[in-house]
Design a protein around this ligand. Structure first.
Ligand SMILES: NC(=O)c1ccc[n+]([C@@H]2O[C@H](COP(=O)([O-])OP(=O)(O)OC[C@H]3O[C@@H](n4cnc5c(N)ncnc54)[C@H](OP(=O)(O)O)[C@@H]3O)[C@@H](O)[C@H]2O)c1
Length: 289
């Protein structure tokens, strides 16, 4: 049993912190900017709440965060009343936010200056993966800290990998998003074509999903795409945030990402249709409008 804090009880963080308590059996203190959510979490799982990230992190062995973007992450770490005010030598800070590799390196250096460790640990698997505790976690950081953190992270994960030094977890998550972007557009075009051809989409997917075209997106999203339902899942606004990080990194490292750049623009069209919170599978909506 470890002493753990969790900062950021959103769609992802709330159930992840819950698994650390209920499944991991850890002593968990939570902080959330909107305090009511932290109270609700404590009532449901029986942990403690703190008024600031600094208070939450005090005296903990492991401090987790899962907030929105780079700036949110800076605010809860090196900002006023941030967790880095109270972390001490040996503390391991695990960041589950999808953020840039740059901020991971910056916070890794800031943690090291205090004798603490920082692991960038973005996740894949969505809301369902968080609720069922079966996320994939891509980590960047030093080996010793990772080995200690892994046994705690295991409470909400099915796969946890160390990809390299600070930033390597975020770079791996970028590859994850690059692979998803083109794939979802392909799936949208396939379903769009099938409808125009007058085929039974359910039947088509039942057959081709068992062949070389099969994918997680096809298995889990074809039904709702076929029904035009997008009011759930991984929001287009989040995907654009992620692709923005990806394209900035590609400008730095010289990678050519023509399809990713195009699909990013398509997501801009979805936002213009009012689909900011729609699931990323809504790419089909712009083909049907
Ligand atoms: N949702 C998914 O399917 C999914 C999948 C993989 C990765 N992710 C990534 O995981 C991260 C969290 O996603 P989510 O879906 O859980 O988002 P969310 O539901 O919007 O939750 C965001 C959390 O961060 C807190 N927060 C945001 N800005 C803050 C700030 N400046 N200071 C303090 N707290 C702040 C929010 O507090 P309040 O409650 O006060 O707003 C909330 O607890 C994002 O980086 C996202 O890209 C999400």
């Amino acid at each position: 049993m470890a002493k753990v804090a969790f900062i950021g009880l959103g769609v992802m963080g709330y159930p992840m912190a819950g698994h650390l308590k209920a499944r991991g059996g850890h002593d968990v203190t939570v902080y959330n900017r909107t305090a009511a959510k932290a109270e609700q979490w404590a009532a449901q799982f029986g942990g403690r709440t703190a008024a600031t990230p600094a208070e939450a992190a005090k005296g903990q062995e492991f401090v987790f965060a899962c907030v929105g973007n780079d700036d949110d992450l800076r605010s809860v770490t090196t900002g006023e009343n941030g967790a880095f005010e109270t972390i001490t030598p040996g503390t391991i800070f695990i960041d589950n936010t999808t953020a840039s590799a740059e901020v991971a390196r910056e916070l890794s250096a800031a943690a090291a200056a205090k004798g603490a460790h920082f692991i960038d640990a973005p996740v894949s698997g969505g809301q369902a993966g968080a609720e069922n505790g079966v996320l994939t976690v891509m980590c960047g950081g030093d080996v010793e800290a990772f080995e200690k953190a892994k046994s705690v992270i295991d409470a909400y994960a099915r796969m946890v990998g160390l990809m390299g030094p600070a930033g390597a977890g975020q770079l791996t998550k970028m590859i994850n998003q690059i692979c998803i972007a083109g794939l979802v557009q392909g799936l949208a075009e396939g379903i769009h074509f099938g409808k125009k051809a007058g085929l039974d989409i359910e039947k088509v997917i039942e057959v081709i999903s068992k062949g070389a075209a099969g994918s997680w997106q096809m298995e889990n999203r074809h039904k709702t795409m076929n029904e035009g339902k997008y009011d759930f899942g991984f929001a287009v606004d989040w995907m654009r945030k992620d692709l923005d990080i990806v394209l900035a990194e590609a400008r730095r490292n010289g990678a050519k990402l023509p399809v990713t750049a195009l699909v990013d623009q398509f997501y801009g069209d979805i936002q213009a249709l009012g689909g900011n919170r729609w699931d990323t599978s809504s790419l089909l909506a712009r083909l049907e409008k």
